[in-house]
Structure formats: C-alpha cells, structure tokens
Design a protein around this ligand. Structure first.
Ligand SMILES: [Zn+2]
Ligand SMILES: [Zn+2]
Length: 349
C-alpha cells in the first residue's frame, strides 16, 4: 500500500478532528475505561500534544491519511480477508497458531533446557508459552518437526556466494506451510536454523510472513554475516544465551502479528517497526503501540488488563530464571503500564 495512494479517498473527513482520531485508532466510544484510556494516548500523534511515558512517538503532528497502517485501514483488511469473521458458522474452530520446526537444528539447541519458575522447558516450549500470552484468546501448538531435507524438498534455496551457507528463499515457505496448516489452525509459523534470503539481490532475512497465506517463517540460526565486511570472520550462534532467547521471542511475535494483518508501524517505537538490520530489530520494543495493540485486541478479543498482567508475570519469572536487562526492562515497562491503566480504579478505592 503506497503512502500516496491513501491520501485522496478520505478527503471528506479531513476537516473533522474526531474523524481523524477514529481513522487512526477506531471508535472508542463503546470501549471500557482501560481500553479508552490506553488507546486515546494515540491522539497526541495528531495534535502534537504532550507525549506520554509509555510509548515513544516516531512522528509528530501526522497527517493521518498519509500513515500506514491505521486501525481503520487494518480493520478493512481484516474484515475483507479473514474467514473467521465472515464464515464463523463454517470455520468455527480456527483458533490455533501453529509453530512448525523445519530442518536440522544443532545439538546445543535441541539439548538446551532451563527452568522457568518450577517448570523445565526447552526453547520451543518457551516460545509457545510466550506466544500463548501475547496472542491471548488463541491456542498456540507446536507441530511435529519436519527435520529431513526430503520433507521440504520443494523449497527454493541457494548457496550464498560470500558465506558459502545454504539459504532458503523465505517466500517459498508460504505455500508450503499453508498446506501443512491443520484444520483447526488460523496460521502457521515455520522456525528454522537454516539461513533465509528475501530476494536474489538481498543477503539475509530474519523472517517473513504472508497474511494472504497465513504462513510465515523465521530463522534464528545466525547473526548477520560479518564476513560481508571484508576480512571479518563468520559469526554463527554457538550457544543459547539470553540475547538469542530475546531475539527468538521478538521475531516470533513480530512475524505472527503480520499473520494477523498488521503491517509495519511508522507511528511509534513498536514491535511492528520495520528494521534493516538485526541490530536495529533487537533494539526495537517487544510490545505493541496503542494503534497496533487495538488491531491485535480486535483479532484475538483479549482483555488488555489480563494480557498485560500475564505478560508481566512471564517476564518477572523469566528475569528471575535468566537475568537479562531486556527481560528486566520489559517487566518494569509492563508494571508501569499496569499502573497507568488501573490508576483511576485505585484512586476510587
Ligand atoms: Zn516485519
Ligand atoms: Zn505500532
């Protein structure tokens, strides 16, 4: 969707600030106090009023009709393409997000386990636990791994001319995974150790998703090849550490949000920001801005309060188990957010 393409067809609304607000974040009149309070923070993007402490704006005094993707733009896409909304009587059970391991994984990844609170789990289970809370209202299940090359022989691949590494073309996974989607599945996200590339003229991709196919893929096997800067050694991942876990959590939910029709966000610092490097992607937040969150809430139908509470519990336990500043900052941000959305109730007590 081009920025220029959006500017003219909404002209009748441009003089009305209420309609601009609704185009940005949707109609908040029938929302509960918590939703109204959090989502109306987005109004500051339109009128340049004071920024809040929870969400960092990337733009100021925006022309809402030049933005992509506002809540209303997303809602049109969602209601047009999502079969769950159109045919609930025919497809009542499509409420599972599937994670599909693909290809070979090194032993140190397969063997890795740690205790999250009292529960011992592996990496995939941790991802499942996190996605289960992030997309509250949907179930998240792990498919049986497709480990043999013969099980995914139809995928397009190449050997990178500089690194000598095998790479899969990300988009070739979309129709392949779509066929693997179980009947109760809403979408399927492949997880691979093998390198990905998005197009012939590009080097490397962390992941890519197709809303149309309801399938996506992400790779956590390598950091960006340093060897593209001449003389630098390759920098493959050799152990599971906190930064790898952070990367996996973040890319899993980013790619899955694409499968709910969320496009890249240019309004706030947000999970859905586009990134041109791994370093940039890892610096971006793991949480959604108000505009993107409203989209996901509409799709998943979760309670904001319950979801923030459970995310806070998740990062508290994760930080206790595997101390890391990103987990600690996430936990603290969530507490700040919970205090903000409940402060009116607490004042009344
Ligand atoms: Zn993306
Ligand atoms: Zn956003």
């Amino acid at each position: 969707m081009s920025k220029n393409g959006n500017s003219s067809f909404m002209c009748p609304w441009t003089s009305n600030s209420e309609k601009k607000k609704k185009f940005l974040i949707g109609n908040l009149e029938n929302k509960g106090n918590i939703e109204r309070k959090l989502y109306s923070l987005s109004y500051s993007v339109l009128d340049n009023s004071t920024e809040n402490e929870l969400f960092v704006q990337k733009i100021h005094k925006a022309n809402v009709y030049m933005l992509e993707q506002t809540y209303i733009q997303w809602k049109v896409l969602w209601e047009t393409h999502d079969v769950r909304n159109q045919c609930q009587c025919i497809f009542p059970m499509k409420s599972v997000i599937y994670l599909q391991p693909l290809g070979q994984f090194p032993d140190f990844v397969l063997r890795y386990t740690f205790h999250l609170g009292n529960t011992e789990m592996d990496l995939l289970t941790l991802l499942r636990e996190f996605a289960q809370i992030y997309f509250l209202g949907f179930d998240v299940k792990i498919c049986l791994p497709l480990l043999k090359d013969s099980e995914h022989s139809g995928l397009k691949s190449r050997v990178h001319s500089v690194t000598g590494q095998k790479q899969f073309l990300s988009s070739s996974f979309f129709p392949f995974l779509r066929k693997k989607l179980p009947k109760d599945g809403y979408c399927i996200l492949g997880i691979t150790w093998t390198d990905l590339y998005p197009a012939e003229d590009l080097n490397f991709s962390l992941g890519e998703s197709s809303f149309q196919h309801k399938s996506g893929i992400f790779c956590f096997g390598r950091f960006e090849p340093l060897s593209f800067q001449a003389g630098q050694p390759m920098c493959d991942i050799m152990e599971v550490d906190e930064s790898l876990i952070w990367k996996m959590l973040k890319v899993t939910v980013h790619e899955t949000c694409h499968l709910f029709g969320l496009m890249h966000c240019e309004i706030y610092s947000c999970l859905m920001n586009n990134s041109t490097s791994l370093e940039e992607a890892m610096m971006q937040p793991i949480f959604l801005c108000p505009v993107c969150l409203h989209k996901l809430q509409k799709a998943c139908k979760f309670s904001l309060h319950m979801r923030y509470n459970r995310l806070h519990q998740f990062f508290s336990v994760l930080q206790d188990s595997l101390p890391y500043y990103k987990f600690r900052d996430s936990r603290d941000w969530l507490m700040q957010c919970l205090e903000f959305i409940t402060e009116d109730e607490r004042t009344l007590l």
